[in-house]
Design a protein around this ligand. Structure first.
Ligand SMILES: Nc1ncnc2c1ncn2[C@@H]1O[C@H](COP(=O)(O)OP(=O)(O)O)[C@@H](O)[C@H]1O
Ligand SMILES: [Mg+2]
Length: 603
């Protein structure tokens, strides 16, 4: 069950959802930023007034006059020069205080946003169907949950607020510049417009470069991740050099991309630096001429130059913001791609299902080629089905169909007469104890690993399950018993122990259907037989599907199917199949001739 409507949601809506809870923080931060910006823009005015009317002899007019009146008039200020100094210090203090609240609340907003994004991504990734393209590269998923999240949140919290400050600074500065002198303001803005044009030109190139860098970072982290996961294989086969070279090549390519991006960025900074200095020079020359001409006062020129500087700095920043915008929009796209991918709808728990299983003409392929071809088999409640076949014959895929890890392309699977496509996944999976081939173990204690699927399991329940899976004695042999921590991916457990811990985990829940996908492949025949004997005595009512490549494991089953190339080539009881003299009989002959099997005495 997939939510088709998910695909129609807009990126902005997704972003809006992420921003829940951080609006207020950002609001306070923006307000504080406004105050800081006003403090910075009002300073040149005070300096200009002090130079012209307090130190010099220009008459204060309009706004200046009324402002001076607040402090006892210009004459009083002249007599007490410390007053303007104190005003400037007061403004600096207010600026400092609000700068603190700006940064603090910005940080709060940013972290809330990042947390929301991580939570959203993680919970969605958990529900993505296994068939999704996104699920095929762990490294790529990790990058989307880390780098992309960081790029986006950084843009929103830092650059957006900066953008607001820039706009305000620009509006206020331009306003004051025009009131001081039209000509000079015109010259200044004309040159600034030209510089902005250059910045925008760079934007296009940078966008392309950053996108490529981000994509290649994904490839690199996927490589590293895969390598770390498979580190044992790499060591065992002495493939270190090959892997290192492969990583080196990608690393070099990725580094090269950043160097190229660096070139563009350097070009951007140096050219804007040059033009900005040039612009400043022109303003000083023209401004001085205007001063000499008596059309501008010295104080106004100082204020004008300050405003011009206030304008130039944010304009350069604007270029940076624009390039960050490209990165952020790429990141948002990649994050939204995950969120928009239709997820599995788990539905609710509807109670216990019957153990009657019917596969009816089930056909399935991961790609074009069918892996299961017209599979039909009935497994009555409480009976045991053995599935045997060579590697790649489709056994694991057969098990995956039952838990609906993948949807069949044709035909259907029924449990208790109900098509499993209509049973909520939460109900279906809670009713099936599937033990996978790999026997995955989490980085927790052995006890927790066994009890993971149950609700508040008691130590007795965990021990009983471990006893049924014949792993209890092994666990007691560990230094910490059930509290022994199991390393990443269970590396401290042997293959057979890992498989039996996985079996114990499945046996914790009282389920009507148990599926063992080659789950005893790494244990000796004697333990294999003991686990099966336990199943028979303790889980007699359950329908059991035992998948194996080992004849002994399936021979006692009520019914056996032999898979070959995704087709059922033989079926019947063990005795019937041996009698028949087909593939099964042939494997039987070969395997029973093996000394280990004879010694195991499982037959
Ligand atoms: N996730 C997958 N994506 C693509 N092909 C797969 C996937 N899993 C298995 N296959 C292919 O499907 C075929 C059957 O695999 P599987 O069911 O695991 O066989 P078995 O368990 O009998 O060894 C194999 O050819 C295998 O390469
Ligand atoms: Mg398999």
């Amino acid at each position: 069950m997939v939510k088709a409507s998910d695909g129609n949601i807009k990126n902005s809506q997704i972003l809006g959802g992420f921003l829940k809870g951080s609006w207020l923080f950002f609001g306070v931060s923006v307000f504080s930023n406004l105050i800081c910006t006003l403090c910075t823009t009002v300073l040149p005015l005070i300096i200009s007034f002090t130079v012209d009317s307090v130190i010099g002899n220009e008459t204060a007019e309009g706004f200046y006059a009324s402002a001076a009146q607040l402090f006892g008039g210009v004459e009083n200020l002249k007599a007490n020069l410390w007053i303007p100094a104190l005003i400037i210090a007061g403004i600096a203090l207010v600026n400092g205080l609000f700068s603190y609240t700006n940064n603090y609340f910005n940080g709060c907003g940013n972290q809330t946003l990042v947390k929301n994004m991580r939570d959203g991504l993680f919970s969605h990734v958990q529900r993505l169907p296994l068939s999704r393209q996104i699920m095929t590269s762990t490294g790529d998923v990790i990058q989307r949950c880390t780098s992309d999240v960081w790029n986006l949140s950084n843009f929103i919290s830092n650059q957006m607020v900066a953008l607001l400050r820039i706009i305000i600074t620009m509006v206020v500065s331009v306003m004051f510049m025009f009131t001081m002198n039209l000509t000079l303001a015109g010259v200044s803005l004309g040159l600034i417009a030209a510089i902005t044009g250059v910045s925008f030109g760079f934007r296009v190139i940078m966008h392309k470069r950053f996108r490529e860098c981000d994509e290649q970072e994904g490839v690199l982290s996927a490589l590293a991740q895969e390598n770390l996961t498979g580190v044992r294989v790499v060591r065992a086969f002495g493939r270190e050099k090959y892997e290192r070279d492969k990583f080196d090549r990608q690393n070099e390519y990725y580094t090269g991309l950043w160097v190229k991006t660096g070139k563009v960025t350097a070009g951007y900074w140096s050219s804007t630096e040059f033009f900005n200095t040039l612009q400043m020079l022109v303003i000083i020359v023209v401004g001085t001429l205007l001063c000499l001409d008596g059309r501008l006062t010295a104080g106004e020129l100082i204020a004008f130059i300050s405003y011009n500087a206030l304008l130039v700095a944010p304009l350069r920043e604007l270029g940076r913001i624009i390039s960050q915008l490209s990165r952020a929009s790429v990141a948002l796209g990649r994050i939204c791609e995950v969120i928009k991918a239709p997820s599995e709808d788990l539905g609710g728990y509807e109670g216990r299902l019957s153990g009657d299983i019917v596969f009816k003409n089930v056909t399935f392929g991961y790609g074009e080629k069918p892996v299961l071809d017209d599979i039909s088999v009935t497994v009555p409640e409480g009976s045991t089905l053995g599935v045997i076949g060579g590697t790649g014959s489709g056994k694991s895929t057969f098990a995956a169909m039952l838990s609906r890890l993948y949807e069949p392309d044709g035909g259907a699977v029924y449990i208790g007469g109900r098509n499993i496509a209509e049973i909520p996944l939460a109900t279906l999976r809670a009713n099936i104890g599937l033990v996978m081939q790999e026997g995955y173990v989490y980085s927790r204690t052995v006890g927790e690993n066994i009890g993971i699927a149950a609700n508040e399991p008691t130590p007795e329940e965990i021990e009983n399950a471990a006893k049924s899976a014949c792993v209890h004695d092994n666990i007691l042999g560990f230094a910490g018993g059930y509290d022994t921590a199991v390393g990443e991916r269970g590396v401290t457990l042997s293959g057979g122990q890992r498989q039996r811990v996985a079996i114990a985990r499945a046996l914790m829940r009282d389920v009507p259907v148990l599926v063992f996908d080659d789950s005893l492949s790494a244990v000796d025949s004697r333990t294999d037989a003991a686990v099966r004997a336990n199943l028979k005595s303790k889980f007699a009512g359950a329908t059991v599907i035992i998948i194996s490549h080992r004849i002994n494991t399936v021979i006692d089953a009520d019914n056996i199917i032999v898979l070959d190339g995704g087709k059922i080539v033989e079926s019947g009881t063990g005795a019937q199949l041996v009698e028949k003299g087909g593939i099964f009989a042939e494997i039987y002959k070969k395997q029973t001739a093996l000394p280990e099997e004879l010694e195991g005495g499982a037959l």
